[in-house]
Ligand binder design. Structure first.
Ligand code: 6PG
Length: 244
């Protein structure tokens, strides 16, 4: 199904098949990027949407065939908590994927949230630029979407949504009364490929609003995910797609 803009959309039978599609895509792009450029740069989110995918990548053919020594894992966003905190996206990705595959520790790039939001965002941006240059092009950015249509930690009407120069930001989120750390749209939209995962009945209304409703980036941030030159693929299960 083709939807607005250059996005493509794949509706899978269930969450398991969304995870298979996402893991297949990650593996294909990793093998291709390393073969062509010697490296694969990916950014992954936290939350529940990527969990099955991350777990799949840590076992079987995915673990065996992905050239982990040439893979760099970044994070699309992070909570303002230390890396061992139960809410930490780093902790989640480390437990499900990183600790189970032979990726070099220096290839895992986290927001150092324990330094405080502003310092963490600055350090992360510096690391991003140091590794990928000042106009980083991720080979893959994997995203989820909240039922309020936020993505990464770009929440409705939050300051970082307007950021058009920085690559990473400390974003104060009114509804959560806290800071979040996030890649900005310039970093996300410069990717070669972006996957947005949406799973479950609870996301159906948001999916419909975003894909079929009016453009309203301030209130529906995920609508701002439009790769400059790359490919956008929505991966939905039937429940999340049930209002399309
Ligand atoms: C996070 C994620 C966030 C997530 C959405 C959707 O820090 O929680 O990075 O951007 O993708 O909040 O969350 P679910 O996948 O849990 O629905």
């Amino acid at each position: 199904m083709r939807v607005a803009g250059s996005a493509n959309l794949l509706v899978c039978a269930d969450a398991e098949n969304v995870a298979i599609e996402a893991a297949d895509r990650f593996a294909f792009l990793a093998i291709k990027s390393v073969a062509e450029n010697g490296v694969f740069y990916a950014a992954v989110p936290g939350g529940s949407s990527p969990k099955k995918t991350l777990s799949k990548l840590a076992v079987g053919v995915y673990k065996d065939l992905i050239p982990w020594s040439r893979v760099h894992i970044f994070f699309t966003d992070e909570r303002a908590v230390p890396p061992g905190h139960e809410d930490s996206n780093y902790r989640l990705v480390n437990e499900l994927l990183v600790s189970n595959v032979p990726i070099p520790a220096e290839n895992v790039h986290r927001f150092m949230a324990e330094l405080g939001p502003a310092e963490a965002a600055e350090r992360y941006e510096a690391e991003l630029v140091d590794i990928m240059g000042d106009k980083p092009v991720f080979d893959l950015v994997m995203l989820g979407m909240g039922d309020d249509t936020h993505t990464a930690s770009l929440f409705p009407n939050s300051p970082a949504l307007l950021e058009d120069k920085k690559l990473a930001a400390a974003n104060y989120v009114e509804k959560l009364s806290c800071y979040r750390l996030t890649l900005t749209l310039p970093a996300i939209n410069n990717a070669k490929e972006i996957l947005i995962l949406a799973i479950g009945e609870a996301k159906a209304a948001a999916v419909h609003t975003v894909l079929c409703g009016e453009q309203d980036i301030q209130n529906h941030p995920v609508q701002a995910v439009k790769p400059f030159n790359g490919r956008l693929l929505w991966l939905l299960d039937r429940e999340a797609a049930s209002m399309l």
